[in-house]
Design a protein around this ligand. Structure first.
Ligand code: ADP
Ligand code: MG
Length: 592
């Protein structure tokens, strides 16, 4: 072999580049549609024959190209989207490498027409194997049409490597879904062998999802929404009961670009923990808006993988956001307050067997402590989500409505020492403080049964109680369950010593709480509830904030936030209504 170096001819260099970018007809579809989106098109038509092996054509009504640009666009490194290295970090367009058209032109026959709005006459360009065969004036409508025929005609290995028409069509449909989901503001149509496969009018994202997948998907969608300094998150997740055995409905978009990310997927999956059966995958359509400076999209030639600067926080925020929405939707079908109390256990916990939580010492414990940033963020979004379900058209919420202001938590005040009043955008909420706290505690107890991380707090001064004989018998019966809930209790004779207790409620009057608990157990009939559930209910009752207790504004706020972070916030563990609402309409009717 000669060791003399030579520069590869451009068409060969292009063919090599094409090997990376254009793997199959669906890659052509992706590149062409993305160019049309970048050209500000409002209508994009995709026409294919024989799953793209014979023809892939895109017709758009975008900005079009001048004669010069049309010719240049098929050259390597020809792009109008970046001018210098710095532009890479502020990129808004889909393309920027200036590689796609040159690659496609090196392995196919191309016919392109284009006309800008300001030009009267358009241009027709024909290229085959990177060689321009024709460039002439033509009459065409505003925008660009590019036909790619005989794909891989000069790369037999590639052509032979293509799969059956069905498989290739599936790849094309996948690419089509990805762009169409990211751009509900564009009308797309898609024809295969003269049959219309999709017609997607301009619509909301929710409607776009429905138009693509089927009207049945509507009831399965739960909106998600979060705004933080790291990212703005929006979109929909699919209710866990509708999860699938395939990953076909998993979509992440970062700045409107479809991406694959196993770490983001992992974050969502962890939010669904306990809600999915083995072998099932959650469905989601999640849109992240991130400052382009904080990501690197330049990792992969086909740009479906990206690097995030702040991935730890992003992971946590996404998980919290998804979890929160999952919690919200679970209560929606149960607006009926008279429902069967047996259904009261958030089902995440039902099937799990109790685990004894580990002991953790936290001497600086304060039940109304400051939360960390992420917890705070996930909590304060409840008003947005709540008001979304509250509004008449839950299908579409505009940006403007989502004026999330983290520095201003909801305004609250206490009335008659037993109600907390707070406002929603849609009106007023009057909350029964004890029932709200019961609900909060109940869910925390249930969680501590199943979540090994839930801490139990060692008491600096263990509390001592002398039991009656009857209490002694009851205690023996319930000792195991109390352990599972985070209590560590030593018994010697009839003397009980509480060494540690769950960390999420006030221990000041722990003796009373335990004594009250025994009375409740004594009287209790638990109608088929498991012992541990009965105990959680009883404890949530005895440890809850009672009427007559004055709460600071901070405590009120935390209680309201905690309530709406619950899986079920409408009723207390004993199926009583927690709050009433007074809507603006109701007020207007009375006072206007
Ligand atoms: P890139 O998209 O990375 O810039 P391409 O090879 O895909 O590279 O396209 C090259 C250039 O051709 C684009 O930068 C754009 O200026 C122009 N172009 C391609 N398709 C269209 C279109 N449908 N409408 C208008 N201009 C287009
Ligand atoms: Mg491009």
């Amino acid at each position: 072999m000669s060791k003399t170096i030579s520069i590869l001819p451009e068409n060969i260099a292009n063919q090599i580049a094409a090997g990376e970018v254009i793997l199959r007809p669906s890659s052509v579809v992706k590149e062409l549609i993305e160019n049309s989106v970048d050209a500000n098109s409002k209508n994009i038509q995709l026409i294919i024959k024989d799953s793209g092996k014979t023809l892939v054509q895109i017709i758009d009504d975008g900005i079009g190209m001048s004669s010069r640009d049309l010719k240049l666009s098929f050259q390597r490194h020809a792009t109008s989207k970046i001018k210098n290295f710095e532009d890479l970090f502020t990129i808004k367009s889909k393309g920027f490498r200036g590689e796609a058209l040159a690659s496609i032109a090196s392995i196919a026959t191309i016919e392109a027409t284009s006309r800008r709005k300001k030009d009267e006459i358009g241009k027709l360009l024909k290229i085959s194997g990177s060689k321009i065969e024709l460039l002439e004036d033509c009459v065409c409508s505003k925008g660009t049409s590019i036909s790619v025929k005989n794909l891989f005609y000069n790369v037999p290995a590639r052509r032979n490597f293509l799969k059956s028409d069905n498989v290739e069509l599936r790849h094309i449909i996948d690419e089509f879904h990805r762009v169409a989901l990211a751009h509900p503001e564009i009308c797309f149509t898609f024809f295969q062998n003269n049959i219309e496969l999709f017609k997607l009018p301009i619509s909301s994202l929710q409607k776009r999802i429905i138009n693509i997948f089927s009207p049945k998907i509507q009831e399965k969608l739960v909106p998600i929404e979060e705004k933080t300094s790291v990212a703005k998150i929006s979109g929909f997740i699919i209710k866990p009961d509708f999860s699938k055995k395939s990953r076909g409905q998993q979509f992440f978009f970062v700045n409107n670009r479809f991406i694959k990310s196993s770490f983001l997927n992992h974050s969502v999956v962890s939010a669904y923990e306990g809600l999915l059966s083995d072998g099932y995958f959650p469905g989601y359509f999640i849109f992240l808006e991130i400052d382009p400076k904080m990501i690197d999209i330049n990792v992969h030639p086909t740009k479906t993988e990206i690097k995030f600067e702040d991935d730890q926080n992003l992971f946590a925020i996404l998980k919290a956001t998804v979890k929160h929405s999952l919690g919200m939707f679970q209560v929606l079908p149960s607006i009926d307050f008279d429902k069967d109390p047996g259904l009261d256990i958030p089902y995440e916990y039902v099937k799990k067997s109790p685990v004894e939580p580990p002991i953790e010492v936290n001497s600086s414990f304060n039940p109304f402590k400051e939360e960390n940033e992420i917890e705070k963020i996930s909590r304060h979004s409840w008003e947005n989500i709540y008001s979304k379900f509250d509004s008449k058209d839950s299908a579409y919420i505009s940006e403007k409505e989502l004026k999330l202001n983290l520095s201003q938590p909801p305004k609250v005040f206490q009335l008659f020492k037993k109600y907390i009043i707070t406002s929603l955008r849609s009106g007023l909420l009057i909350i029964n403080q004890q029932r709200a706290h019961q609900r909060v505690l109940y869910e925390k107890f249930l969680k501590s049964i199943t979540n090994q991380k839930t801490a139990s707090q060692e008491l600096i001064f263990p509390k001592k109680i002398k039991l009656s004989k009857k209490e002694f018998v009851l205690f023996e019966e319930y000792q195991k369950n109390l352990n599972a809930l985070g209590f560590k209790i030593k018994l010697s004779g009839l003397n009980l010593e509480i060494k540690s207790a769950p960390s999420f409620f006030n221990h000041d009057n722990l003796e009373d709480i335990i004594t009250d608990l025994f009375s409740m157990i004594e009287e209790g009939n638990f109608n088929g509830f498991s012992k541990v559930d009965f105990l959680s209910k009883a404890l949530s009752n005895v440890a809850s904030i009672k009427p007559g207790r004055i709460l600071t504004v901070k405590e009120q706020q935390i209680l309201v936030d905690d309530l709406f972070a619950c899986k079920e916030f409408l009723t207390c563990p004993f199926s009583h209504q927690i709050f009433v609402t007074l809507s603006k309409e109701e007020l207007d009717e009375k006072l206007n």
